[in-house]
Design a protein around this ligand. Structure first.
Ligand SMILES: Nc1ncnc2c1ncn2[C@@H]1O[C@H](COP(=O)(O)OP(=O)(O)OP(=O)(O)O)[C@@H](O)[C@H]1O
Ligand SMILES: [Mg+2]
Length: 251
């Protein structure tokens, strides 16, 4: 596992990842799609940020840039105040960094179809040099946390959409990331399971100081966020405190 004493060391700003003045333009045929325009957002240790906005407003694009899965077309990305990516960064070179520090939950579960539930989680650990026995034990623990102990040996095609999504959440948490980015993680879950997942995120922010950023359409979670960022047409149009911050400040 990554060296947590290093990965959780103190740095002054507590900003884990910051996207600065980032724009993203996709070329689709002869057309340019401006998916993101001049977006600046810092994700801090211990903070749970919600991102809301209509379909096509740039939410996934922002997460992909913050998670170092897509380079911005202009602007930059900073990790703990150090520049880490810009338009010309070859993101393959950051693959190891990403595996160790970033957990990403995709809008679709994205599981490996020929591996069972437990193997899908286990492989994320083994890639980071965790021995198979320890990786299996940790994978088992994570699956149990999301109520999937009885589904360990099922292949993704034998799992419901919500179960697949929970396996992908377990996989994202496997390496104890300092940054967790989740794209509509509760969309396939019923209300109770959805809340359970959001509460795990809250606990990770509070107890492990993880910077967590969650894209959601679900207004039920606004009490769990510290702040809610609203996007429209590729731009950040407002930021407001969420219920968790209001409760702390007794607003
Ligand atoms: N790879 C791509 N190539 C071309 N256009 C893209 C690509 N990815 C995203 N876009 C476009 O960029 C815009 C923003 O997309 P994005 O996926 O970030 O929106 P979103 O807010 O996540 O929407 P949703 O709520 O539907 O998931 C959309 O107009 C989309 O069609
Ligand atoms: Mg999206």
């Amino acid at each position: 596992m990554s060296d947590l004493s290093i990965s959780r060391q103190f740095w002054p700003s507590q900003v884990v990842m910051e996207v600065r003045d980032a724009s993203k333009t996709y070329l689709s045929g002869a057309n340019a799609v401006h998916a993101l325009t001049d977006m600046t957002l810092a994700l801090r240790a211990g903070e749970l940020t919600g991102i809301v906005g209509p379909s096509g407003s740039g939410k996934t694009t922002f997460l992909m840039i913050a998670g170092l899965l897509e380079p911005p077309s202009t602007g930059s990305v900073h990790f703990r105040d150090q520049p880490i990516a810009h338009a010309h960064t070859h993101l393959n070179s950051l693959r190891d960094f990403r595996r160790t520090h970033v957990g990403f939950i995709f809008q679709k579960a994205n599981l490996i179809p020929f591996l069972t539930a437990i193997e899908n989680v286990q492989i994320a650990l083994e890639i980071n040099d965790i021995r198979p026995k320890a990786a299996r034990a940790r994978a088992r623990e994570l699956l149990a946390q999301f109520g999937l102990d009885h589904r360990e040996d099922n292949y993704p095609s034998q799992l419901s959409g919500g179960e697949q999504q929970r396996v992908s959440i377990a996989r994202a948490l496997a390496n104890d990331p300092v940054l967790l980015l989740a794209d509509e993680p509760t969309a396939a879950l019923d209300g109770g399971r959805g809340r359970q997942v959001m509460e795990v995120f809250r606990t990770l922010a509070d107890e492990r100081r993880v910077a967590v950023c969650v894209v959601t359409h679900d207004p039920r979670w606004s009490d769990i966020f510290d702040r809610i960022v609203e996007m429209s047409d590729g731009r950040m149009v407002s930021t407001r405190p969420g219920g968790a911050l209001k409760a702390r400040l007794e607003l």
